[in-house]
Design a protein around this ligand. Structure first.
Ligand code: NI
Length: 276
């Protein structure tokens, strides 16, 4: 069985190959940390996020099971009424291992076209492929056209993204609490803006408050040239997120997610907003 470390390495390589801005930011933050703390070896991830359809063969349980094999447990549930999404997060017994946030599109609330696309996506994988971790960075084995992508955008940005990119990590998240050289999330945001990165301003640069025990910010998805059956087009890919967690009343660090914040974070991949 592939180790959890090698699974995360594969997910990270696929993600950074598509999203060079994430790797640039990773290197810039690490360099900033090393100025005062040369012993810093790597940044810690708070969570990664994955997207799928609620198709019986592809739903969040199917993806979640791959992590459960490695000691993860399903935790919080989240509902996104407007975007018609359902999500859960998984936690590992070792808090140093990133949490996994998986969302799924509730296809019954969309046109038959969306369900056909989910069926075609499911049909492009064998049962054995769906039970192996490689599905997490399998990308898009199905044929996709830019015309259909644009059609989907009218119904759901999420559906269009999933159709175009398939199964790959939507974002990694830097765990702010493990950083030593930034005073707060604002300080980190200013640093990133100063380096020329564009941040998602939907709902303010910082989503959530210390009272809610979670503050998050994110970049706007970088644009990539993607091959479609009807040509090569530039569309927004993935973003990079930053999360700061606070202790709850019981003194324990909050480990969940805030649906209203996540709702705005999802918009980091919106076509209208995206930066490069
Ligand atoms: Ni996230």
């Amino acid at each position: 069985m592939k180790s959890l470390t090698s699974i995360f390495e594969s997910i990270w390589s696929d993600y950074t190959a598509f999203n060079p801005h994430a790797k640039t930011i990773y290197d810039q933050i690490l360099a900033h940390e090393r100025q005062k703390h040369p012993e810093t070896r790597a940044l810690v991830n708070d969570h990664i996020a994955l997207r799928t359809f609620n198709h019986p063969r592809l739903n969040i349980q199917v993806l979640g099971r791959l992590f459960e094999k490695h000691g993860y447990e399903a935790k919080g549930e989240y509902h996104f009424e407007d975007k018609k999404l359902y999500a859960r997060h998984w936690e590992h017994s070792d808090p140093a291992v990133p949490k996994v946030f998986i969302s799924e599109l509730l296809t019954q609330h969309f046109s038959p076209r969306v369900r056909e696309i989910a069926d075609a996506a499911a049909a492009s994988f064998t049962d054995a492929q769906l039970a192996a971790p490689e599905i997490l960075w399998a990308g898009r084995p199905w044929k996709a056209s830019h015309a259909v992508y644009q059609e989907l955008l009218k119904e759901s940005e999420y559906a269009a993204w999933l159709y175009a990119f398939g199964f790959r990590c939507n974002h990694f998240t830097v765990y702010f609490n493990a950083l030593k050289s930034f005073t707060d999330l604002n300080d980190l945001n200013d640093f990133l803006i100063g380096k020329g990165h564009k941040l998602n301003a939907a709902g303010g640069l910082i989503k959530g408050t210390p009272q809610e025990c979670l503050e998050q910010s994110s970049t706007l998805a970088g644009k990539v040239h993607l091959e479609f059956s009807d040509g090569r087009f530039e569309i927004p890919a993935c973003y990079y997120e930053f999360a700061r967690r606070y202790p709850q009343a019981n003194g324990q660090l909050y480990t969940g997610f805030i649906a209203t914040s996540a709702d705005k974070i999802f918009e980091s991949t919106n076509v209208q907003q995206s930066s490069r």
